[in-house]
Design a protein around this ligand. Structure first.
Ligand code: ARG
Length: 467
């Protein structure tokens, strides 16, 4: 047990208290962020004349060596230290001696950990964004291949109107677009650097906070030292954006599960992404989609835990805030893995176009179009709705679809029906006539796909500029 703060104490910490208090088990993941922040802090101390040239050289060589040894595995992080900050400082002093003891001048673990988490959140946002972008590329590929793949669109999980597979998947493309905006938004709001806030009230040393902020890629320093050390909004915002991503993935999962069921058979998940049953030999289960749906609860849980942890905390730093890490790391790992698995599952999935089209043909998905046909013949929509309702009832009795009814049978329902009704209610016509912006018609769909293609190739500068 090597602690930074032993001076005031006359007794050693109880072993169990030490372990309960320690965060090294999980904050060890922040070693790279911690070292990066420390190197810039030391450079600034030297620039301001607080440490000497040779002390800076010792500190930065030592910190770089620690980073290298950790990455090579020659230095191990053990629970001998309370947290990653203590670990780095103790090892630095062991390696370079006196200069190491000066690193913490003008700094507290409170602003240090706030910086580490902000840097971590920044790189996590960037990673999740690029995972989503890869997924969008796959979605766009499948969309381009399925502009004319007809399928039933549903409301209340009841067949409603015919759409295309491209159109259906485009809905998810839109969701992931919004998700990516949310991530970028969170990144931009987390653009000020807390280092230099000290424990809570700044410091008496002449620190150059602008320099540190710029060197670390932030827009500038935070403007209130108490807020700096007690703000975890960026963690909560990220967890919230991640929760929404999981909600989208969970809805998509649910559809894949339904589509893959024996009754629907719209898709076939590749063998490499399915699992079997230990007892029922015929089974091919959509476990990946189910797990993604299931893990959604876990990510929501981390958001709720963090909101609850922060609720009612007085300013400024409180140890409660150490609880920000495990859930956040787990949420980021979980979402990253879910997007990767789901994306690969979609990439290898077979879409059974014939089954989808057949399903769109039965179940009266063209009933609205039949009513629109009567409107074009001069019938008021409300009356047309009633007439087609009676027609559907009659079709159900005869076990026929609308297009299977003879013209005589149709005329018994309404004199307005002519031979052109058959073209008007064909699947192709029903979809084709829908060409308003955002609708499934081929022309409208092609325009949207072009917008998506340009969006994915977008040359506009990335917001993710912090390394
Ligand atoms: N391990 C702590 C955390 O993660 C670091 C900050 C500790 N500061 C303190 N005053 N105890 O929040």
């Amino acid at each position: 047990m090597a602690q930074l703060w032993g001076g005031r104490f006359t007794k050693d910490t109880d072993r169990n208290v030490y372990l309960f208090n320690a965060s090294i088990d999980y904050d060890k993941r922040l070693y790279a962020e911690d070292i990066r922040g420390s190197i810039v802090h030391a450079q600034m101390l030297k620039k301001q004349g607080i440490i000497s040239d040779s002390e800076l050289a010792d500190i930065s060589n030592g910190l770089s060596a620690i980073l290298k040894q950790l990455e090579e595995g020659t230095l191990k992080i053990t629970d001998e230290y309370e947290d990653i900050h203590s670990f780095v400082e103790a090892n630095l002093t062991r390696m370079v001696g006196e200069a190491g003891k000066k690193l913490h001048t003008g700094r507290s673990r409170n602003d240090q950990v706030a910086l580490d988490m902000k840097l971590y959140v920044g790189s996590a946002l960037k990673t999740i964004d690029s995972e989503l972008k890869e997924f969008q590329k796959i979605l766009l590929r499948v969309m381009e291949e399925n502009i004319e793949t007809y399928m039933p669109g549903f409301t209340h999980l009841q067949k409603a109107q015919p759409v295309t597979l491209a159109h259906h998947l485009g809905a998810y493309f839109e969701m992931f677009k919004r998700d990516r905006q949310r991530l970028a938004d969170c990144y931009e709001r987390a653009s000020s650097c807390p280092l230099g806030a000290g424990a809570l009230a700044g410091t008496t040393y002449p620190l150059d906070r602008e320099y540190v902020a710029t060197e670390l890629g932030f827009d500038g320093p935070t403007l209130n030292s108490m807020d700096s050390v007690s703000d975890r909004d960026h963690v909560i915002e990220m967890l919230s954006a991640l929760s929404i991503i999981m909600m989208h993935l969970s809805r998509f999962s649910e559809e894949v599960i339904i589509w893959n069921s024996n009754e629907y058979g719209f898709v076939e998940i590749d063998d490499s992404f399915s699992t079997g049953s230990s007892i029922m030999p015929q089974k091919k289960n959509p476990d990946i989609a189910e797990l993604v749906r299931g893990k959604t609860g876990r990510v929501y849980g981390h958001l709720m835990a963090m909101l609850t942890t922060m609720k009612g905390l007085p300013l400024a730093y409180n140890k409660d805030m150490q609880e920000d890490k495990e859930g956040t790391f787990d949420a980021v790992d979980t979402v990253k893995e879910c997007i990767t698995m789901f994306r690969q599952m979609v990439d290898t999935m077979k879409f059974r176009k014939d089954v989808m089209a057949k399903s769109a043909m039965i179940g009266f998905t063209n009933a609205t179009d039949a009513a629109d046909y009567l409107v074009r013949k001069g019938v008021a929509f409300r009356d047309a709705h009633g007439i087609i309702g009676r027609l559907v009832l009659c079709c159900i009795e005869k076990n026929k679809s609308i297009e299977e009814m003879s013209l005589d049978e149709l005329k018994e329902i309404s004199e307005k029906f002519e031979n052109d009704i058959y073209d008007a209610v064909s699947l192709k016509a029903c979809v084709e006539r829908r060409n308003t912006v955002g609708a499934p018609g081929i022309k409208a769909m092609k325009e949207v796909i072009e917008v998506y293609r340009r969006y994915l190739e977008g040359q506009e500068p990335s917001v993710y500029t912090r390394i």
